[in-house]
Design a protein. Structure first.
Lengths: 81, 653
């Protein structure tokens, strides 16, 4: 699952790029990789690939702002399904 | 409007070849289909292509004064030519024609370069002074009309469009790498640079002299926000603005041909159209673009305005396919990479207007820059407020007011909107504060640059270089005024008036005229207190209040919708790219031209093909990369100058 998330971020927001460009704990916002509309693409990705709906109040950096927190968020939501 | 071109052998007494001039002017015959002329005098040659608007029978160019010591090739209109002519007649000058062009010739005789301050108009011209052996060129204050030049092989060349310079066959054709850096940051090149190496433009508000092989540039006008005159109260300002706009519009209706108006559905063009209707006798035909994609379409407002004024209204329907199909030809005219497809529907609209028998159209450009209409001004105000009071709780609500026309933006959470705007961009002492978020977002697209391109770029920051173009004392101005200056001096001439204006309208021999860009209106607006322009977050407040009697309430109260058209969506049909798009964005073509990274572009291409590009950034990247590739293909890989319409070129002397 981590691989899938990583690949999505690299293809859609870094458009390729080397592994060194983004570490798993790098903040997307701070790096300027994902902008405000990019977040919506991410939400769609999570929905389509993991069947998880991101509620409005869950649309916060704590859940979505790095590969690590994303993986954690998806795992958490999946166990609740 | 017209097209001009010329060549001046700087060091040797070589004659300028008529064939060269013919080749140069033929390439811009779309700017002047009604006639053409060339003039040579030893080492200098001037050429002209005419779009007859004033004095249809008499105004042939290049044109001279009584004793043929001053010759001009002129692209533009001098709207106060009648008043200037009266003064000149009183001084004893003799006129052979009824044209405005001849007025400049005699003014120049009397005043030289100082004549520029008297001209109310839009212009780009070159004057050859035989007595002084001097070539004098000038461009209007705001950059409405284009003027490019280069020096090559000991000769100075100038023209209305860069393709003219290349058509001489004597100029090398290469992209300027730093121009790509600038476009993928600022959305435009920073004058005098163009997209091509060693090709320059005369900056707006500048004149240029070539004498004894030496080039001298001089600024004769600048936008000035340091108001020292007494401030009118709001009521007086409303009246003054209205009077100025009426006069400005009246002057711009001076033509011996029918004049039309564009209606975008927004406030500015509605104001202009209402002024024409209410204060002149001109019968009014209006024109608009309607979009297949309802997210961009404003046709209900356009029709409402047309009905309210009782104009004869015409519209073109613009589909995704129309944009995709016409994009390459539009790039041929635009001559630089662009990040939006917005010029293309206007390219199509000008074709309709021209076919309907019009050569002149009035439009509302300029109001947003001068009266604070753009969202960037609101953004600047909000960001400044947030930066000064970081603990304020009304912040989140303010940010939601931005971009109400973008559903995607509204759906995001507060946290993300805030984070986007606040991130490292709170330095209020930064002179470029207003524009950093735009530039930062756009610059992310440099991730697509090839390693070669990145390596060829100067490591110093182009944003710091940009600071050098700003006037003294700029950093002390209010941030709102600074933002206005940057937009008016850069985006306006660098994109709005050129790529979206002159280039796409003149492609179909249609001259645009801009009442808001009358320099008296510009100077008046620059002197206004900022809160007359934006009251709270109510943009263009003074304009709305002063014109509300003439514009339907629904239009006056409309939320600002910037003119946009569908971007990456226009280039795909049923999940497949339109032919030429697949070819120029292919990995081999990308690698071959060398500007971009093939693998990165492939990812972007796939994302757009699947419909996943919903944000500004990806769409700007796509259109930017596509237009750069097309520019290289059409101008550098091979260059095919037009060879039509060269049989009616008159040898004037």
């Amino acid at each position: 699952m981590r691989e899938k998330v990583r690949n999505f971020i690299f293809e859609n927001f870094l458009f390729g790029g080397t592994d060194a460009e983004l570490k798993d704990d790098d903040s997307f916002l701070e790096q300027g990789i994902i902008d405000s509309t990019g977040m919506l693409e991410l939400v769609a990705f999570i929905d389509e690939n993991f069947g998880i709906t991101v509620e409005d109040e869950e649309l916060v950096p704590e859940n979505l702002d790095s590969i690590n927190v994303l993986v954690e968020f998806i795992s958490r939501k999946k166990t609740l399904l | 409007m017209c097209g001009i071109a010329g060549k001046y052998n700087l060091y040797e007494n070589k004659k300028v070849s008529i064939e060269t001039l013919k080749k140069m002017i033929t390439t811009v015959r779309h700017r002047g289909p009604d006639g053409a002329g060339v003039y040579t005098d030893g080492r200098i040659g001037l050429a002209h292509a005419r779009l007859s608007i004033i004095d249809l029978s008499g105004g042939t160019q290049p044109m001279c004064n009584e004793d043929q010591t001053i010759w001009i090739t002129f692209n533009g209109e001098i709207f106060n030519y009648i008043e200037l002519k009266n003064d000149l007649l009183k001084k004893g000058h003799k006129f052979r024609t009824k044209s405005d062009t001849e007025v400049i010739v005699h003014l120049y005789e009397d005043l030289g370069a100082d004549c520029l301050t008297l001209l109310n108009g839009q212009f780009a011209f070159a004057v050859w002074d035989r007595k002084k052996n001097e070539l004098f060129m000038a461009r209007d204050r705001l950059g409405i009309r284009p003027l490019f030049y280069t020096i090559s092989g000991g000769a100075f060349y100038f023209a209305s469009e860069i393709k003219s310079l290349f058509a001489s066959g004597e100029i090398a054709r290469e992209m300027e790498p730093s121009a790509l850096d600038e476009i993928f940051t600022f959305w435009h090149t920073v004058t005098p640079k163009t997209a091509f190496k060693d090709i320059y433009e005369v900056p707006p508000g500048y004149c240029l002299t070539v004498k004894k092989g030496v080039l001298t540039k001089r600024q004769y006008w600048d936008l000035d926000f340091t108001n020292k005159s007494p401030v009118l109260d709001f009521e007086q300002s409303m009246e003054a603005l209205r009077e100025l706009l009426i006069d400005s519009t009246r002057l711009r209706l001076r033509a011996d041909v029918p004049v039309g108006a564009y209606l975008s559905g927004g406030l500015d063009s509605s104001v202009i159209t209402a002024l024409i209707k209410n204060f002149t006798d001109t019968s009014l035909k209006t024109f608009s673009v309607a979009f297949e994609d309802k997210n961009y379409d404003e046709s209900t407002f356009q029709k409402e305005m047309a009905n309210a004024l009782g104009t004869e209204h015409h519209e073109i329907q613009c589909t995704y396919g129309d944009i995709g199909e016409n994009f390459p030809e539009a790039i041929w005219h635009i001559e630089k990479p662009i990040l939006r497809t917005a010029p293309v529907p206007l390219f199509l609209l000008s074709a309709l207007v021209s076919k309907s028998g019009f050569k002149v159209v009035l439009t509302g450009e300029g109001a947003d820059e001068l009266l604070g209409g753009y969202d960037i001004f609101k953004e600047t105000k909000i960001r400044e407020f947030c930066a000064r009071q970081p603990t304020s709780t009304s912040r989140p609500q303010l940010l939601q007011k931005l971009y109400p026309y973008l559903p995607a933006f509204q759906k995001q959470s507060r946290a993300y909107r805030e984070a986007f705007f606040n991130k490292n961009l709170t330095d209020l002492s930064d002179a470029l504060f207003s524009h950093r978020p735009r530039w930062k977002t756009t610059s992310r697209n440099k991730v697509f640059f090839s390693d070669d391109l990145k390596a060829s770029l100067n490591s110093s920051s182009i944003e710091d270089e940009f600071k050098m173009t700003l006037p003294e004392g700029f950093a002390t101005w209010k941030s709102f005024a600074r933002a206005q200056y940057i937009e008016t001096k850069n985006l306006l001439p660098g994109y709005i008036l050129s790529s979206q204006g002159d280039r796409v309208s003149m492609a179909h021999s249609l001259e645009g005229r801009f009442p808001f860009l009358d320099h008296r209106v510009v100077e008046f607006c620059a002197a206004l207190p900022l809160h007359y322009k934006m009251k709270g977050l109510n943009e263009k407040y003074l304009l709305k209040e002063s014109m509300k009697k003439f514009v339907p309430e629904r239009i006056a109260k409309r939320t600002k919708q910037p003119y946009l058209s569908p971007d990456s969506k226009s280039f795909f049909r049923g999940g497949k790219a339109v032919d030429y798009v697949a070819e120029v964005l292919s990995e081999s073509c990308i690698a071959n031209f060398g500007y971009f990274n093939p693998a990165s572009v492939r990812h972007l291409f796939n994302k757009c093909r699947k419909g996943g590009a919903i944000g500004f950034r990806d769409n700007m990247a796509f259109v930017g990369i596509l237009s750069t590739q097309l520019l290289h293909k059409e101008f550098i890989e091979k260059f095919e100058a037009t060879s039509l319409m060269d049989t009616d070129i008159k040898i004037v002397k």
